[in-house]
Every structure is written in C-alpha cells, then in structure tokens.
Write a protein that binds this ligand. Sequence first.
Ligand code: ADP
Ligand code: MG
Length: 263
Amino acid sequence: DALPEATVDRPVNRQAMRVSSEVAVQISAMNKWYGSFHVLRDINMTVNRGERIVICGPSGSGKSTLIRCINRLEEHQSGQIIVDGTELTSDLKNIDKVRSEVGMVFQHFNLFPHLTILENCTLAPINVRQIPKKEAEETAMHFLEKVKIPEQALKYPGQLSGGQQQRVAIARALCMRPRIMLFDEPTSALDPEMIKEVLDTMIQLAEEGMTMLCVTHEMGFARQVANRVIFMDQGQVVEQNEPEEFFLDPRSERTKLFLSQIL
Ligand code: ADP
Ligand code: MG
C-alpha cells in the first residue's frame, strides 16, 4: 500500500481548511431508482461546513447521481436530503433556494457557446438573482481574476483551452455566491497538462473554506486536500475515512481492488 503522489507541486495550506460543527448537507436513508434500477441504496451522509469530501468509485457506482441529487438535478424517491436546513422535496421554492446555495461544476464545462465568458458568468446572477448588470459584471471580473483568466472575459468558450473553460465554469458557479460546491469529475475531460491548473483553482477554494464535494479520480488531490474520502460501489457507500487511513489501510476488499487499479 502506498499514498498517491501529490498532484500539485505547491504546498497546500491545510491549516486554513477548518471544518465547523455546523451541518451543510444531511442525507438520511436516501434511495433512488431509475425506473426499476435501484441506483442509490440507503445513503446516509453528513457533510459539515468546511469539509472537502472526495467521492470515488468505479464507473456506474452512482457517484454522479448522488451529487446530482444534492442540487435536485435528479430526484430521490425515499429518505431525506437537507441542504443548508432546507429539505429537498418537490416544492419548487425549496429547490430554487438550494440551487442558489449550491454551485455545480461538470466534466464537460457546460458553458453557453454563443455567450462570451463574461456573459456566461453574469447570466444567472442577472436573471435569477436580479443583480444589476454592472454589479454582476464586477463580480464576474472578480472571480475571473481569482481563476486567473480576466483577460479572456470577452472571448467565447470555443476560443479557450479546456483548462481555461473549466476555470470559467468554476468562476461562473462562484458568481452565484454558493455556500457549497459540487464537482463531478472536473478534470476527466482535460489533457494532462491542464489538470493541474484546474486542481490548483479547486485547492485555492478549499483554502478559503469552501465546503466541497468532489467526484474525482485524482487521488493526489484527495490526499492533499480532502478531509474525508468516500468510496462508492453499486449504489452504496462502501467505506469512508480520512485520506491517510483510506489509502494506507482500506478496509473492504472492493476498496482494495479499486485502489489497486487506479494507483
Ligand atoms: P457514476 O457517476 O459513478 O459513473 P452514475 O451515477 O452516472 O454513476 O450512474 C449510476 C448507474 O445509473 C449506471 O448504471 C448508469 O448507467 C445508470 N444511470 C445513470 N443515469 C441514468 C438515467 N438517467 N437513466 C437510467 N439509468 C441511469
Ligand atoms: Mg459520473
């Protein structure tokens, strides 16, 4: 057994990443089916504010479905999901509230190709949050600076590299001032040389205290940043632990097999 290699070369300020006792997300006895296929089985999970959780597991184990349930891109059929004190039900008011507090970053960026980078970042703040255009643009420039691409603001997504587009996607999510960020394999579609710049942006967010749930196979990132690694298989949480324990002393055979395949 060995610890995965670090994915970024810079020292990571873990001291700045404090976990509070306040609950951000509470999932209890949650189940989801796609038709007759039982995709998530009895999920129980508490995420405290300030936690950085990495979710890993084989393809098809339900990772995307789980995080999509947290901002109601998917609907669960039994059990409870409470985000920032609001229970996710079919009540649209609750769904809107939760979505405005939860930012999401996808594998394939999902930027609007016909809008500039700046417009991508101001669209939801202007239309959903009714922020005045000028203020929305200032906020967008603030976050584009944070992800280190302010000079790209007037370009279109197609003119940017994959790594730059993903950093725009992160900035766009931050423009809604979320309290929780969900990442679904944010670096899986990127060429290797662009992975670091995206992970570095995510680390910066973690150092600022953001609550993060990240589906990723970047185990170096998990080791450097996560306070907890969750392993899923066949719709269940099989095992979870702090990174050192998770990598050096995995408990279940399924976890051992998975780690032996990816490390
Ligand atoms: P992961 O992200 O871990 O690869 P997913 O959550 O995407 O897993 O998928 C879990 C399982 O659910 C897979 O077997 C997948 O084929 C199935 N699935 C995903 N989305 C749908 C859907 N919209 N309808 C039916 N089955 C789906
Ligand atoms: Mg997935």
